[in-house]
Design a protein around this ligand. Structure first.
Ligand SMILES: Cc1cc2nc3c(=O)[nH]c(=O)nc-3n(C[C@H](O)[C@H](O)[C@H](O)COP(=O)(O)OP(=O)(O)OC[C@H]3O[C@@H](n4cnc5c(N)ncnc54)[C@H](O)[C@@H]3O)c2cc1C
Length: 397
């Protein structure tokens, strides 16, 4: 494996990208991406799946063998362990993502916290799980985050909920600290993000004295994030503590724009995709300048950004496997990026959602809807799969 950084990275080798997939599995991936090319079909299929499950039709085995298999690790530990081992066979780490959504009561939040702590403890002795991740909205209501973000006065009951939520977050971060495994805190909608940012920053100041254990997430489709990044770096340097940041472009573009339009405020989202791309790449470049104190993960399927990041690493003479730099993609997507980067010796991980199939349906639906919304993403996935199928056909003749 090449751990030196003297050759430009390439994502073209589909034999490397799909070396763990049989012909049958590759065909299945092709079918899934082909079927989900149409937004109409995606909407129809996801509604049909939910309806069929709700009325007890026996569609679960079909869903499990198809979209669930493509994008999720499994329902049980035994199932997702097989996926972790397979990824590890290609030097790719796994970030277990407990994909249960829609919990809205204190008992549910406590149960989620326990599940997260258990995942963190399990990761402690497993080098194939380099870190874990969480959504703050999985341990408290979005309403509460929204109220705190907009500085509304909380009722007594809400204040108590807020204290409970902070305690849960602290327990999770403490478990990550004890296990010596970073935890990535995902970013969500702008109207709840302010409170989440503040909490994440407090956790970083507390747990990141020696290294980054707590990672916050910056969505670079927001036009205010470059200034925020500079502020975070200044605060961490004077702290002093390590800054852990996952950079993403942002998943809630349409929702953000719609709400801003409806409520008549200036959207926090960049005017164009080019602006988002510029800010994303600039944020990575700024972080490289402070790489001793800033630990980063780039969560992206954008080849150009990954290539540019690898170029920055070469320019700053950083080894491909620099411990402060991670690339990450979602399981089932952009394997040409993940597997080729890992093959070239970069640190790579995949977000691997797991959980009961019924609970992962919102995640699966979002995956398909987001993909159809992102121009070119589906065709890119299809393009590399078709290329690999043709390569295999030619090799067999
Ligand atoms: C490992 C991982 C972790 C993630 N974690 C999070 C998270 O915590 N929070 C979160 O919100 N998302 C998260 N995402 C999703 C991410 O934000 C993107 O939605 C997704 O990855 C697509 O962006 P891209 O960089 O891969 O690719 P690209 O296809 O290059 O970019 C698409 C993105 O560009 C932006 N964009 C598109 N059109 C416009 C426009 N007209 N104007 C301005 N911006 C535009 C949008 O953000 C869109 O999603 C994560 C993704 C990965 C791979």
């Amino acid at each position: 494996m090449n751990k030196k950084n003297d050759t430009p990275v390439s994502f073209e080798d589909t034999a490397i990208a799909f070396n763990r997939k049989s012909d049958r599995e590759l065909f299945l991936s092709f079918l899934i991406f082909w079927l989900t090319k149409s937004p109409f079909l995606v909407k129809f299929l996801s509604r049909a799946a939910r309806f069929a499950l709700a009325i007890g039709l026996p569609v679960k085995p079909l869903i499990k063998a198809t979209v669930f298999k493509q994008f999720c690790g499994g329902e049980t530990k035994a199932e997702y362990t097989r996926v972790i081992n397979s990824l590890a066979g290609s030097s790719i780490g796994t970030i277990l993502d407990y994909a249960v959504e829609g919990i809205e009561d204190e008992n549910g939040f406590e149960a989620t916290k326990q599940e997260l702590i258990q995942i963190i403890r399990q990761s402690r002795s497993n080098p194939d799980i380099p870190c874990t991740c969480m959504k703050m909205s999985a341990i408290g209501t979005s309403d509460l985050f929204e109220k705190v973000t907009s500085k509304q006065v909380l009722s007594d009951a809400e204040s108590k909920e807020w204290e409970n939520l902070k305690r849960r977050l602290m327990e999770i971060c403490e478990a990550a600290f004890q296990a010596d495994k970073p935890i990535y805190i995902d970013a969500e909608e702008s109207w709840v993000q302010g409170a989440m940012d503040d909490l994440a920053k407090k956790m970083m100041a507390k747990y990141n004295k020696q290294k980054a254990i707590v990672f916050t997430t910056l969505q670079m489709y927001r036009w205010d994030r470059i200034d925020y990044l500079k502020q975070l770096i200044a605060d961490a340097e004077s702290g002093p503590y390590h800054l852990g940041i996952k950079f993403v472009r942002g998943a809630y573009l349409e929702k953000e724009r719609e709400r801003a339009l409806l409520q008549g405020y200036v959207s926090t989202i960049n005017a164009t995709k080019d602006d988002t791309d510029r800010d994303f790449d600039e944020a990575v470049r700024i972080s490289m300048e402070h790489i001793d104190a800033v630990e980063i993960c780039v969560g992206t399927h954008n080849e150009k950004s990954c290539r540019l990041m690898a170029e920055h690493m070469r320019a700053y003479k950083l080894p491909n496997n620099h411990p402060h730099i991670y690339f990450s993609q979602l399981f089932g997507m952009s394997d040409n990026i993940s597997y080729n980067l890992a093959h070239a010796g970069y640190n790579v991980s995949k977000y691997l959602p797991f959980g009961p199939l019924e609970s992962t349906l919102p995640y699966l639906t979002r995956r398909a809807e987001e993909n159809t919304a992102i121009a070119g993403q589906m065709s890119k996935e299809l393009e590399v799969i078709v290329k690999e199928r043709e390569r295999r056909k030619a090799a067999h003749t």
